[in-house]
Design a protein around this ligand. Structure first.
Ligand code: 2NL
Length: 360
């Protein structure tokens, strides 16, 4: 047997015995690579006599093509058996339950849900939604709202102030959404009917207070708006929001610099069963503050208090969310724990509407 015949039978045996595509590749490189056994033989052709080259040339080319074909054939076999093995091991169980789509696994945060609910209820009564910046001026947050110079809210320990600017003006994080109402009154002619939901900030932190929280305020300005309108709006709101047919409400005299007279509002509830049930029983729960807009505030917005009057109210969104949906600790709202949102959150496609059911 010639040297080439030996090389050929060795290579074909090795190709036949290659168990993986990687092993096959190794054999290909060892035979046909730059320094492979066949390539080395090819290099000797140049130094041969013409007769020697005449017999060795075709013999080497035949060997090269036989080995190339054998490798290709073995490769096909190995690929097919690898595919067969995958098909055997990776079976698809068509009886498994469907995995929920991303739209189904995401959840709406309770604060966003409650803002959507509020908006649906007040939109039905003809209110539009206004928004404004979180960073405000002292003038819009306090002065225009009839806060006197030495009012405690103007102190560093109650409000987040920025460092004073060169001209001495101190910006601040709004402590309520009322500056947006000032902006609204200054920019549009009455009749005005707006609600303003949004983030608000105060230096305060415990189980029921977080430095950032959410408020919704409402404002009505017109020539004949009176306290009776306010009471009706708030009663309709409470019934719709807490999804009860009837609810007793109690208006207690109070004080805010920006309203006169001012009231705090309690709603009927029952605490006997361990949890708070709204619209039943003989206990009271404070939920909001309200009043007739102070004439000074109307004047500060460029309107004549002898021509226009109105009313306003404000309540904590996080607080009414806790009451309606039974979350015990306000701090959980802002911990960004996905498990909490999964537990208390709302399905993204269930938009609150008055006809479709607010929270169902
Ligand atoms: C509360 C009380 C209240 C207002 C907010 C308001 C705004 C303007 C003029 C007059 Cl521009 N009033 N807002 C009025 C009464 C009460 O909030 O306890 N909020 C959590």
């Amino acid at each position: 047997m010639s040297q080439l015949d030996t090389l050929k039978s060795e290579l074909l045996a090795a190709i036949e015995g290659a168990g993986t595509e990687a092993a096959l590749e190794e054999i290909r490189v060892s035979a046909l690579g730059k320094k492979g056994s066949i390539s080395e033989q090819m290099k000797t052709l140049g130094k041969m006599s013409p007769e020697g080259r005449k017999t060795m040339g075709p013999a080497l080319n035949a060997l090269k093509s036989d080995v190339t074909d054998a490798i290709a054939a073995r490769k096909t076999v190995l690929e097919e058996s690898a595919l067969e093995a995958r098909l055997q091991s990776e079976t698809v169980d068509v009886t498994l339950p469907l995995r929920a789509s991303p739209v189904e696994t995401g959840r709406i945060h309770p604060v966003s849900q409650v803002i959507d609910e509020l908006t649906a209820i007040f939109a039905d009564m003809g209110f539009s939604v206004a928004e404004g910046p979180d960073i405000e001026t002292d003038e819009l947050n306090f002065t225009a709202l009839n806060f006197p110079e030495g009012h405690p809210a103007r102190e560093m320990h109650d409000t987040f102030f920025f460092n004073p600017k060169e001209d001495g003006e101190r910006l601040l994080l709004r402590t309520h959404t009322s500056p947006v109402q000032i902006r609204t009154m200054r920019s549009q002619q009455p009749p005005t009917r707006v609600i303003i939901p949004g983030r608000t900030y105060r230096c305060d932190s415990d189980q029921t207070h977080t430095p950032m929280f959410h408020q919704v305020e409402g404002l009505v300005i017109d020539k004949g708006s009176h306290f009776g309108h306010l009471k009706w709006i708030l009663e309709e709101f409470c019934k719709a929001f807490f999804e009860v047919d009837n609810i007793k409400m109690r208006f207690r005299p109070s004080f805010f610099p920006f309203t006169e007279p001012s009231m705090e509002v309690d709603i009927q509830c029952d605490r006997s069963g361990g949890e708070v049930k709204i619209g039943e029983g003989s206990d009271w729960l404070e939920i909001l503050g309200c009043g007739m807009v102070h004439p000074n505030v109307i004047r500060n917005c460029g309107l004549d208090p002898d021509e226009y009057q109105g009313f306003a109210w404000g309540m904590g969104i996080d607080r009414i969310a806790m009451l309606k949906y039974g979350m015990p600790d306000l701090r959980d709202f802002f911990d960004a724990d996905v498990r909490w949102v999964q537990h208390y959150g709302f399905r993204p496609l269930d938009l609150p509407t008055l006809f479709g059911g607010l929270s169902s």
